[in-house]
Design a protein around this ligand. Structure first.
Ligand SMILES: [Zn+2]
Length: 203
C-alpha cells in the first residue's frame, strides 16, 4: 500500500552528483521537501520518518501548514463569544413555614377528596405536589399532613394499572396460543380429508 500519493523515491542532483532521495509534496501548499535517505527503500519507513519530522502523513500536510491550521483554530476559538456562565436558578424554597389554620383545613379537605384511604394512594393522578400546587402551599406540608392523617402512600395507581394491563395481555396471548393450536389441528384435519378424498377419486 502506498503511504501517500505525494511521496516519491527520487533522484536529485546535490553536492555535484546525483543522489537517491525521497521527496514529499504538501497537499495544502504544494511545497516539496527532500530527504537524502540514501539506503532507505521502504516507503512505509520513509513515510514514518517524514511523520517524525512533523508531517501529517494521513493527509500529507507539511509542518508549516499544520502550524497555520493550528493558529487559525486557536484564533477562531478566541473569537468565539465568551460563554457567560448561567447563574443557577434559585431553587424555589420549599422550606416549611407555619401554616395558617385555614391552610391546614384546606389541605385536609383536599386530602379527604383526593386520597383513597382504603388503598393508600391518591386518586385521579393526584399527589402531594399537585395538591400543594393547587393550594399554593409548599407540598412538604401536604406530605406531612397526609402522612399524619392517612399514613404513607402504599400503592402507585399508575403502576398497578400497568401491572393489571400486563396480566390481561398475558391472558390474551395464552388464549391466542390455544386458538393457534386448535386452528393447526383443524388445518391438519382438513388437509388429511382432502388427501383422502383425492385418493378415493383417483382409485
Ligand atoms: Zn504545506
Amino acid at each position: 500500500m502506498k503511504a501517500s500519493p505525494n511521496l516519491h523515491r527520487d533522484n536529485q542532483f546535490s553536492g555535484n552528483r546525483w543522489r537517491k532521495c525521497w521527496t514529499i509534496k504538501c497537499s495544502e501548499c504544494g511545497k516539496e521537501d527532500t530527504k537524502f535517505w540514501v539506503d532507505l527503500e521502504d516507503e512505509q519507513i520513509a513515510a514514518k520518518n517524514f511523520g517524525n519530522a512533523g508531517w501529517d502523513m494521513r493527509f500529507t500536510v507539511c509542518p508549516a501548514c499544520i502550524r497555520k491550521a493550528r493558529n487559525k483554530r486557536l484564533k477562531a476559538r478566541q473569537r468565539k463569544p465568551k460563554v457567560v456562565p448561567m447563574t443557577p436558578l434559585k431553587a424555589v424554597p420549599d422550606e416549611p413555614r407555619k401554616l395558617t389554620r385555614d391552610e391546614r383545613s384546606k389541605i385536609r379537605d383536599a386530602l379527604e377528596q383526593r386520597f383513597d384511604d382504603a388503598h393508600g394512594c391518591y386518586r385521579d393522578g393526584y399527589s402531594d405536589q399537585k395538591i400543594g400546587k393547587d393550594l399554593n402551599i409548599p407540598w412538604s406540608h401536604v406530605r406531612d399532613i397526609r402522612e399524619a392523617a392517612f399514613g404513607a402512600i402504599e400503592s402507585d395507581p399508575v403502576l398497578d394499572g400497568l401491572k393489571s394491563d400486563l396480566a390481561q395481555a398475558i391472558e390474551m396471548l395464552e388464549a391466542h396460543q390455544k386458538e393457534g393450536k386448535s386452528l393447526r389441528g383443524l388445518f391438519d384435519e382438513l388437509s388429511k380429508r382432502i388427501a383422502d378424498h383425492d385418493k378415493r377419486l383417483r382409485s
